[in-house]
Design a protein around this ligand. Structure first.
Ligand SMILES: Nc1ncnc2c1ncn2[C@@H]1O[C@H](COP(=O)(O)OP(=O)(O)OP(=O)(O)O)[C@@H](O)[C@H]1O
Ligand SMILES: [Mg+2]
Length: 495
């Protein structure tokens, strides 16, 4: 999920989740407060809930008691002069935070209040004037003696003796406002808590999915700064941060590879210097020995002198060969050896070259065969001199490492869809499995002491590999120790 989608979803969640939680909490609180409301008052309509402004409930509070009183007053009005009857009626009302005051001919004959309610009694007459028989209403009475809130409603009737009677139903509504305040405060606290907690939680979850990988990246950069490239940064998500982690880890891998390559180059350089010094030191030491011999007068006969001079010449020659090979290799390595590519028919090129090779091979008493299975022309783009060098290098190895009495060299040429493939096979001493892995490495010689006698530098096949690679081709070797060697290379056909 992308960060953008994540942010959009978290914003939606930040709206929807608190809203849903608020509704659920509101309904919960409502049922709690409705229950409380019902224990304090007699609510006519039991479905009415605290959620609806509790003050509105006043109209329905103790309405049933009111109508019961009305019908009782209508049925036997004189009961409202009977102290016992009034007490029992009042007792039931007291349980629901209300009581009655009965007046006969504007004089209080019963006051059901448990507490001192002089103030209310004094004010009841005022409400008498405001009484509207058609629309009887609850009226509020300011009770100055305490902080309680009181509502009153009256029922008018006539006693049997013609005296006018009024029943005042007085309800203490302070519990109602207390509950409503409590309810509103609870709602406000609940909403604040829900909104802040959900937004904190969602922010934490979203930021965690961003901050954790960022911290990982920061630690990664610190490690790279300290040269440690062996750690791994794993992408935990598929968003932009995950992509950044992957890119960072790719960068780390590349950096590690390039550092390792650098180290390998460094090792190679050291090995190269050591190989060159060794290969140059050997002929120099013998030249020095022979020159000292001449100086000391050891070569006292013309024959000896000639032998000494010839040896010195041969050693100088092999040094010259080594230096030239080295120079070629280093030019190839630095890509400074110029290549002159031309389009040529490889079949006629090989036919000509094989004539020369046949002559050289047969000079060494080795049987030579050339087998071309390509019909017609095969146009390739090659540097003729360098391909010459490749083939002569390989053939000269076959001659050099020939240990059989009836030596044979076979050059095969075939073509695939895209390439020309040339194989140079011999029945010489062969190469061991382990050595076969390294024959294209520079300075590699299978048996160092044996090959030194054959005058190799170990650069021949390394040079061949570089040249073939410059042509976009491949070179490989097959060999069996004691049975012979095959060196194959391919060159792209020009389409
Ligand atoms: N035809 C072959 N038969 C047996 N061994 C071979 C053959 N060709 C190559 N090798 C082995 O592979 C090694 C590397 O060959 P490469 O041509 O690179 O070096 P070299 O012949 O020793 O020296 P250079 O070619 O520079 O004079 C040789 O030293 C030899 O051990
Ligand atoms: Mg060689």
């Amino acid at each position: 999920m992308s960060i953008k989608t994540k942010l959009v979803l978290s914003n939606i969640a930040m709206c929807i989740i608190p809203l849903a939680l608020c509704i659920v909490t509101l309904l919960g609180l409502d049922s709690v407060y409705t229950k409380k409301l019902h224990t304090y008052y007699n609510i006519e309509d039991r479905r009415k809930r605290a959620l609806i402004n509790p003050y509105m409930e006043i109209k329905s509070i103790n309405l049933r008691q009111l109508s019961e009183l009305e019908s009782k007053a209508e049925a036997i009005p004189d009961n409202f002069q009977d102290g016992e009857f009034l007490k029992s009626v009042n007792a039931a009302l007291l349980e629901k935070n209300s009581y009655i005051v009965v007046e006969k001919n504007n004089k209080v004959i019963f006051n059901g209040s448990k507490e001192d309610n002089k103030d209310i009694i004094n004010k009841l007459d005022d409400y008498n004037y405001n009484y509207n028989a058609d629309r009887p209403q609850f009226s509020k009475i300011e009770n100055n003696s305490d902080d309680s809130e009181t509502m009153v409603r009256q029922i008018r009737f006539a006693f049997s003796d013609g005296g006018s009677g009024i029943i005042f139903l007085v309800i203490d509504t302070s519990k109602l406002s207390e509950l409503s305040k409590e309810f509103i405060i609870s709602i406000v606290i609940a909403i604040i808590a829900i909104v802040s907690l959900t937004s904190a939680l969602i922010t934490f979850l979203v930021s965690r999915s961003i901050l954790i990988p960022l911290t990982q990246l920061k630690i990664g950069t610190e490690k790279i700064k300290d040269g440690d490239l062996s750690f791994e940064v794993k992408a935990e998500s598929r968003d932009e941060i995950g992509e950044l982690c992957n890119a960072f880890d790719d960068m780390r891998k590349r950096l590690k590879e390039s550092v390792e390559l650098q180290l390998q180059y460094e090792d190679n350089r050291k090995e190269l210097i050591s190989n060159i010094s060794h290969d140059l030191k050997t002929p120099i030491t013998s030249i020095k020995g022979y020159v000292e011999g001449i100086k000391d007068g050891v070569a006292d006969t013309p024959e000896k002198m000639e032998k000494y001079v010839n040896t010195i010449y041969n050693k100088a020659q092999s040094m010259n060969y080594l230096i030239e090979e080295l120079l070629t290799y280093s030019k190839l390595d630095l890509k400074k050896l110029p290549f002159y590519f031309i389009d040529i028919d490889f079949v006629s090129y090989m036919d000509d070259l094989m004539e020369e090779v046949k002559f050289d091979v047969e000079k060494n008493n080795i049987e030579f065969h050339y087998d071309n299975s390509i019909k017609g022309k095969a146009i390739v783009r090659i540097d003729v001199q360098n391909i010459n060098r490749v083939i002569t290098n390989i053939v000269s190895n076959s001659i050099k490492y020939m240990d059989k009495e009836h030596g044979k060299i076979l050059v095969e040429m075939l073509s695939s869809n895209e390439d020309i493939i040339v194989g140079i096979k011999d029945n010489g001493m062969g190469i061991s499995k382990e050595a076969l892995l390294h024959v294209f490495d520079r300075f590699y010689r299978e048996d160092f002491s044996r090959n030194t006698s054959k005058g190799g530098s170990g650069l021949g096949l390394a040079i061949c590999k570089k040249i073939i690679e410059e042509h976009g081709g491949k070179i490989w070797a097959k060999s069996q120790k004691g049975n012979g060697t095959e060196i194959w290379f391919s060159i792209k056909l020009k389409s």
